[in-house]
Design a protein around this ligand. Structure first.
Ligand code: PRP
Ligand code: URA
Length: 209
């Protein structure tokens, strides 16, 4: 079974509290999503494999460590996942970026796919699927289904806020996927929104409501 890492670093919790505030404006919301994503990426990449490399400093030659490959793919789930991309790219600028387009049907709350474009060598890459919200877990599980169908293997899921229901669905569907969250919230309401959550992440990022 995959693991759930909750990042309770004070900076992340502080920024998350600002993000949740309904009075936080679109511009600030966007900046906070970027900053929290960057802080989370720092933690979530802490187990990436390293290799020995020979470096010549001005003083002498020495064996140092560098990332084994630059083989990372970031895959935002459209549209809200896009808000997390730049924060992660700030730390791993050579990562390739794929996209999976899904939206939740407002009546059924089930994910509907409308786009999928991944790096051609996706099967070799360490993959970080990103979306600010894990609510019922339907979108994340479906996105990872598509990624696996195209050859993706080493998959991590990063989100800002998760409901316990979504974590369970994702773990059952993809027990091999580790989940990284900034906060695990209480539950889902009758509209499958996370409580206390932050509302609709896509609308708050792009000012569409
Ligand atoms: C939101 C969010 C997730 C999904 C989570 O996207 O960004 O993708 O809902 O819900 P789930 O876990 O119940 O599937 P939404 O469908 O609102 O689309 P958007 O990103 O285009 O706004
Ligand atoms: N999607 C969101 O943007 N927010 C929620 O609380 C649930 C799904």
């Amino acid at each position: 079974m995959g693991t759930v890492h909750v990042f309770d670093h004070p900076l992340i919790q502080h920024k998350l509290a600002l993000l949740r505030d309904k009075n936080t404006a679109t511009k600030d919301f966007r900046e906070l999503v970027k900053e929290i994503s960057m802080l989370m990426a720092f933690e979530a990449t802490s187990n990436l494999p390293l290799k020995d490399v020979e470096v010549e400093t001005p003083i002498c030659k020495a064996t140092m460590k560098m990332l084994e490959g630059e083989d990372i793919a970031i895959i935002p789930i459209l549209r809200a996942g896009l808000g997390m991309v730049d924060g992660i790219l700030a730390l791993v600028p050579n990562a390739k970026v794929g996209h999976v387009g899904l939206y939740r049907d407002p009546e059924t709350h089930l994910p509907v796919e409308y786009y999928c474009k991944l790096p051609a060598d996706i099967s070799k890459r360490e993959i970080f699927v990103i979306d600010p919200m894990l609510a019922t877990g339907g979108s994340a599980a479906a996105a990872i289904d598509f990624i696996k169908a195209k050859g993706g293997k080493k998959i991590h899921f990063l989100c800002l806020i998760a409901a316990p229901e979504g974590i369970e669905v994702l773990h059952n569907a993809h027990p091999d996927v580790n989940v990284y969250v900034a906060a695990k919230d209480s539950h889902l309401n009758d509209h499958a929104y996370i409580v206390p959550g932050l509302g609709d992440a896509g609308d708050r990022l792009y000012g569409t409501k």
